[in-house]
Design a protein around this ligand. Structure first.
Ligand SMILES: NC(=O)c1ccc[n+]([C@@H]2O[C@H](COP(=O)([O-])OP(=O)(O)OC[C@H]3O[C@@H](n4cnc5c(N)ncnc54)[C@H](O)[C@@H]3O)[C@@H](O)[C@H]2O)c1
Length: 380
């Protein structure tokens, strides 16, 4: 992983002292790219031991442990054998997307707390199964949205909650890479299920939906395409196996008369798909274009409003980047571990991310049908 990513494992300066009297036993399921952030972060937590890891690919978990100088954990060939044979406080589900639901449900049903990587699942039906398992188990389930730990991202929610914007009625969100198609397991339906919409779209949705309190989604009119990923001109050899979306957009109605206008891309012939805008009756908020997975905004947040008949705009001072980048992955796992230890609330509740998944699913289903659909939320 590059240095700017590795830097995010560093514990934050203001970290409180942890109680090491009780050690938590964690396991990591799936030892790919994101699992690296887990093992690196957990190594910095004196009250957590990684006691086991699993991966479907023979030899992969062994190499992973060696790379991180962590040769103590037991190794299993899949999630079931690991969960069945270990006494665990929690599992970190770091598998590709199509395995999120089966692994999370299995762990919860065995009474194990779960931190589940994003996107929560592939479909809303799977997300409902995970939520039901959480309910049955009474365990902590948190979804791996590290931007939630970032002070500049949190500031967006604080601004909305302050009432400064008035009633929110329109949101434009999304983001986009001009060229930035990942490879590995991200580009095939059998492993990823969905493409850019799930990979980075889920973050763009979370930033704004979390800010406005996650209203229920009602309808979606969506489009998905793959003009770049499936074209050898742009994606070389990987084009042959590319069968997910590389661009998606949608027009979504939310409860409370709020319109969500969304677009996301891994590749397009444009530099940016625009800033994130939150329009309210008293003021508007501009969040300069960002992919936001690392908490980074493209510049200071800006508020636009009318004062005594004059149009004014001002910037919200940014939190220092040391703080904003200081250990987002670390904080994501620490906040989950604290909830497990203290019986606290999930830091990123699945009940919220269920709506995030419902929007993604609504856009995908609407795109397949070529028309607007009502978002049908499965009963929990
Ligand atoms: N939060 C973030 O910033 C971030 C960044 C990258 C990836 N992710 C998410 O993390 C997940 C994994 O991404 P990745 O890049 O590490 O993928 P990856 O393909 O590199 O690794 C996933 C691993 O899981 C293993 N696996 C799958 N099902 C399994 C099972 N049932 N039991 C044991 N092992 C299993 C696979 O063999 C593979 O080695 C994805 O859902 C992705 O969206 C999150």
């Amino acid at each position: 992983m590059p240095d700017d990513v590795l830097g995010q494992f560093a514990p934050p300066q203001e970290e409180k002292e942890v109680d090491t009297a009780k050690k938590l036993k964690f396991a990591i399921i799936g030892t790919g790219w994101i699992a690296e952030s887990y093992i690196q972060s957990i190594k910095l937590m004196p009250d957590i031991d990684v006691v086991a890891v699993a991966d479907l690919i023979p030899g992969k978990a062994e190499k992973f442990l060696k790379r991180f100088d962590a040769e103590g954990p037991r190794i299993y060939p899949d999630h079931k054998s690991l969960i069945d044979n270990e006494e665990l406080d929690a599992v970190c589900v770091c598998t590709y997307n199509t395995q999120h639901a089966p692994v999370a449900v299995y762990a919860l049903d065995k009474g194990v707390n779960v931190i589940l990587e994003k996107p929560m699942t592939v479909t809303v039906e799977e997300a409902a199964e995970v939520l039901k398992a959480e309910k049955r188990s009474g365990k902590v389930l948190s979804i791996g949205f590290q931007p939630r730990m970032d002070e500049n991202m949190r500031q967006i929610k604080r601004i909305v909650e302050s009432g400064e914007l008035g009633k929110i009625y329109y949101i434009q969100t999304g983001g986009g890479r001009r060229r930035g198609i990942p490879n590995s397991t991200f580009i095939e339906k059998k492993t990823a299920g969905i493409g850019a919409i799930g990979d980075i779209g889920c973050y763009a949705l979370d930033v704004v939906l979390n800010a406005i309190g996650y209203p229920k989604p009602l309808t979606a009119s969506g489009h998905t395409s793959a003009f770049f990923g499936a074209n050898p001109k742009y994606n070389g050899k990987d084009a042959a196996r590319f069968d997910v979306d590389d661009f998606a957009c949608g027009f979504v109605r939310l409860e409370g008369d709020i319109i969500l206008d969304f677009r996301i891309s891994w590749a397009m012939n444009m530099d940016t798909s625009g800033d994130t805008l939150i329009l309210g009756t008293e003021a508007g908020l501009r969040i300069p274009s960002t992919e936001c997975w690392n908490g980074e905004a493209g510049g200071p947040l800006k508020i636009y409003k009318e004062v005594a008949g004059r149009q004014v705009e001002f910037e919200i001072p940014m939190f220092p980047s040391g703080d904003s980048f200081g250990g987002l992955f670390y904080k994501k796992i620490r906040s989950f571990a604290d909830a497990v230890k203290d019986g606290g609330e999930s830091p990123v509740p699945a009940s919220q991310i269920f709506y995030n998944q419902a929007i993604i699913d609504g856009i995908v289903k609407s795109a397949a049908l070529g028309r607007e659909i009502e978002i049908a939320l499965p009963e929990i």
